[in-house]
Design a protein around this ligand. Sequence first.
Ligand SMILES: Cc1ncc(C[n+]2csc(CCOP(=O)(O)OP(=O)(O)O)c2C)c(N)n1
Ligand SMILES: [Mg+2]
Length: 664
Amino acid sequence: MERIRLTTAQALVQFLDQQYVDFGGGPERFVHGVFTVFGHGNVLGLGQALQEAPGELTVYQGRNEQGMVHAAAAFAKQSRRRKIMACTASVGPGSANMLTAAATATANQLPVLLLPGDTFATRQPDPVLQQMEHTHNLSITVNDAFKAVSKYWDRVTRPEQLMSAMLNAMRVLTDPGDTGAVTIALPQDVQGEAWDYPADFFRKRIHRVIPRLPHPQEITAAAELITGKQRPLLICGGGVRYGDAGAALRSFAERFAIPFGETQAGKSAVPSSFEYNLGGIGVTGNGCANALAQEADLVIGVGTRFTDFTTASKSLFAHPEVEFLTLNASPYHAAKLDALAVVCDAAEGLNALAAALEERGYRSEYGTDIAEAKQSWAMERERLAGVEYPVGAGMKEQAGGASEESGLDRLAGEFIPEVAGHLDEKLPEYAEVLGTSLTQTQVLGIINEVIPQDAIVIGAAGSLPGDMQRMWNSEVPDTYHMEYGFSCMGYEIAGALGIKLAEPEREVYALVGDGSYQMLHSELVTSLQENRKINVLLLDNAGFGCINNLQMEQGMDSMGTEFRYRGPDGQLSGDLMRIDYAASAAGYGVQTFRASTVEELRTALAAARQSERSTLIDIKVLPKTMTHGYGAWWNVGVAEVSGLEAVQEAYNRKRSGLEKARSY
Ligand SMILES: Cc1ncc(C[n+]2csc(CCOP(=O)(O)OP(=O)(O)O)c2C)c(N)n1
Ligand SMILES: [Mg+2]
């Protein structure tokens, strides 16, 4: 047998360069590049291998290991998990920096290959720089922390272990039912050690991803269950998009007159305007999907994990006789809510079920309810997009006069009734310091109207995902990219880069809060370096807005969630901080704009589109002008005892919420 003498790292690079996947349309290259932040733990091993013989792998320079892994995860998500990137980090802090993004990828079931450097397998120089010493167990390193956030974890302590490690890595990375972050820890000495690898290990390998077919018995049982129901409701989860099942869902809904709600991962599988698409469902869902969810006698989850946001902490599906049916490639997710489970790919399952229902001549009994619910939501969305700060004189004057106060009152009432009182006091101050008259819902309405329909929007954390799941209308498939499995602040901008690498021809817009921008935006520099234009739409409301809402809705006062200077009372209660985000990005070379009026926003959006390089629009928005809940409860950890009456009341609301929710 032919053998090739290579270092472990060289063998790894050669192997990655030969991996292909076939999802039914012929072989396609699987690993497209390697994101790197080099340090002593990887530059002389994996770095050397990538320099000498990278094959067709592009080497990218990340700025922050978390950011680069987010970019890799977003690349995979936008590629519907058919293309991946690898990420290599140095030992110790470089590796540890990948943990948050590894968890994000795994929670969202997105394949990324992580290659953290590790301490010496020989232990000769121990403790090496950045080594953590566990006195009770010298085999534990920082990289063991990845076990908790990976779908597959391995450490290659001898060159020949690479082969079984990588074959297993590929098994998991290409598994539609159980993929996520795969971590292969590489001790820095082993990366450079040579071995005679069998040539066969480096042959072109095509991983055939065969659609998982439902069993006929499952389909019969599912069809019988549906036949007995009048008001079934579908849920379109991420599995519909990953499984390319948008068309199958659409025709299924149409044939049997069954509407569907969208999860964050499922949105944009089917156009928002489709007559059976109710839009976002759950805690961040809209009034239409949530209203029909209350009355559904059967919930059919297609490719959904049924998170607490989708089920409203298991309270949303309130029909006394509601039952659950699931179509999911993962037996684990299919079994949720004690459902009748059909373990299959979404398209295969829907098509088989359609044939069985056709035979039974099934049709739902919604009548005109679907169209009416959709219409009433369309009106509410229009109202939200039209809410304006009370116009009149200059902002200072607005804050003073009695007539303006009633205007503010009304504005507060348009959004979150629970916090209207607080808003009354604070809105004039915010309007003045931020110098803006824009509301968040108004801004979203304009962005949705103005940017190209085939542009991709990305979000992850803060109040924007909720507003977008409710308000965003997407007509072109796969234009809505939301990371809501982990809702990880910092994913947005890094992820936008990953999307742009996956789809260079389309405009990409990262919708990001000021808090999330501050947390992590360094891959913006990588977008300039790679000449991959991304657009950052930064909505600055001077705080962790959604968390401020949460604490105030649950009886607390504002604390630690607004961006205020420390005040004379020793608390974070001083003046609001005004931050010039446009100036921060301009320093990198990003083309920047500022918007605090409708006209400025429209002008900036038009100019950003024309720009050749990455852009950022610093949009000042009034806090609390986001959407609120539409009939969906969320179980949060409220204090059981407190001296504050408002907290006691919140706790009592939680108790009564729990009484109406399913226990499992
Ligand atoms: C990495 C990370 N840390 C903390 C949180 C908890 N968290 C969720 S939203 C949020 C505030 C987000 O603020 P901002 O980005 O300004 O959005 P806004 O709610 O103001 O729209 C925080 C701290 C999180 N989701 N991710
Ligand atoms: Mg904010």
